[in-house]
Design a protein around this ligand. Structure first.
Ligand SMILES: NC(=O)C1=CN([C@@H]2O[C@H](COP(=O)(O)OP(=O)(O)OC[C@H]3O[C@@H](n4cnc5c(N)ncnc54)[C@H](O)[C@@H]3O)[C@@H](O)[C@H]2O)C=CC1
Ligand SMILES: O=C1[C@@H](O)[C@H](O)[C@@H](O)[C@H](O)[C@H]1O
Length: 339
């Protein structure tokens, strides 16, 4: 029996992801509707609210959450604004789906972790949507079944066609590689213990100051090695893939084959343009699962601990990137709420 007939949601941040989540909540998935949207850009919030019956625009997250009809919050503002919105949601004991990253650094992630523990129960699902992608789910099931024995290594690729203006080397870690950090911890069920970053001579297409591509190496607590090729201005499209090398075989996802065409003296297919297209079903499944769990009065999926652990690896990654050294990851002891 659902606690809520329809989950009434406030969406914080109405940019690229926030506006897409508003559409998803209202038009794609079931059991939810958006009653409030928040953006520090008042015109943008109003434009999004105008298209929705019974939706009020706000510029302050706390004001939207004070609306007594609001049952839950989806946070899609930039990472640096997540802590304030999360703490405002906790003050009203509202369940939250928070886009990645939980927060951009481990100190602020720890403050969120501590605040959630004071509530005595989990309230947050972090938006690591690859955990809801059909291919990643198949790979996870194979590894959990031990189908090919113990995993020894992962080879990841993460390519974006281009980056928005102002994208920095540090953002390559905490905005992009944060996804590989999460899938590594999730697929292998191990913490990442150390990070190294290798920087080849940059592509001629890399914006000024950006060291692109980069090769990021993780060590896990079980001694596995994980490499990620990150190339965020590859120019030709969006490609995300992962190959698990196990004792008795390998399993690979993300070859992006789709439809394979032979015509006019050529063979091949097309490359997905961006993450919105590549992960559309995963975003839908992630939000539906959040709404369903919340309506049952439950919280599932990636937790604040996962968000904190990812932030700690990002911090080590940014130091490894700057120094060229192997940097160990420091984690606090895992609190009982997240075991
Ligand atoms: N899961 C995924 O694949 C992706 C996740 N993201 C995440 O989604 C979040 C938003 O990213 P984008 O939509 O690409 O950014 P964006 O820049 O397109 O939109 C952010 C919006 O938030 C607003 N904003 C800024 N500060 C605010 C505050 N304090 N309160 C309310 N609104 C505020 C901005 O005015 C803007 O409209 C980030 O956490 C990002 O890391 C982004 C892209 C893909
Ligand atoms: O989260 C995302 C973006 O913020 C990030 O910039 C991209 O590199 C990722 O592929 C995408 O999933």
């Amino acid at each position: 029996m659902s606690q809520y007939a329809t989950l009434v949601v406030a969406v914080v941040g109405t940019g690229r992801m926030g506006a897409d989540h508003v559409r998803r909540l209202n038009d794609v998935i079931s059991g939810a509707r958006v009653a409030a949207v928040v953006d520090i850009d008042a015109d943008r919030a109003k434009r999004v609210a105008d298209g929705i019956e019974g939706c009020t625009p706000h510029t302050d997250p706390a004001a939207a959450m004070a609306d007594p009809s609001v049952d839950a919050v989806l946070i899609a503002s930039p990472g640096a604004a997540h802590e304030e919105a999360l703490l405002a949601a906790f003050a009203r004991d509202l369940p939250v789906l928070c886009e990645k990253p939980l927060t951009p650094d481990p100190a602020s992630a720890l403050r969120v972790l501590e605040a959630e523990q004071r509530l005595g129960r989990r309230r947050v699902q972090v938006g690591f949507m690859r955990r809801y992608d059909a291919d990643y789910l198949k790979l996870k099931a194979l590894l959990d079944q031990g189908a090919y024995g113990r995993p020894l290594m992962l080879h990841n690729k993460h390519r974006n066609a281009d980056t928005p203006p102002g994208f920095t080397n540090a953002m390559m870690i905490h905005d992009s590689v944060v996804h590989e950090i999460d899938v590594t911890r999730w697929l292998l069920d191990e913490e990442i213990t150390a990070v190294r970053v290798l920087r080849p001579a940059p592509s001629g297409h890399a914006p000024e100051g950006l060291s692109d591509p980069q090769l990021i190496l993780f060590e896990t607590a079980a001694g596995q090695i994980v490499d990620t090729e990150l190339f965020v201005n590859c120019g030709f499209g969006y490609q995300v893939g992962c190959e698990a090398v196990c004792e008795g075989g390998t399993a690979r996802i993300g070859d992006d084959h789709g439809v394979f065409i032979n015509a006019a003296g050529k063979w091949g297919g097309s490359i997905t343009p961006g993450f919105v297209e590549r992960f559309e079903e995963a975003y839908d499944r992630q939000v539906q699962r959040w709404v369903d769990a919340t309506r049952r009065g439950e919280v599932e999926g990636p937790s604040c601990w996962d968000g904190y652990a990812a932030a700690a690896v990002c911090e080590a990654g940014v130091r490894a990137q700057a120094t060229g050294e192997r940097v160990e990851v420091e984690l606090v002891e895992r609190p009982a709420l997240y075991r």
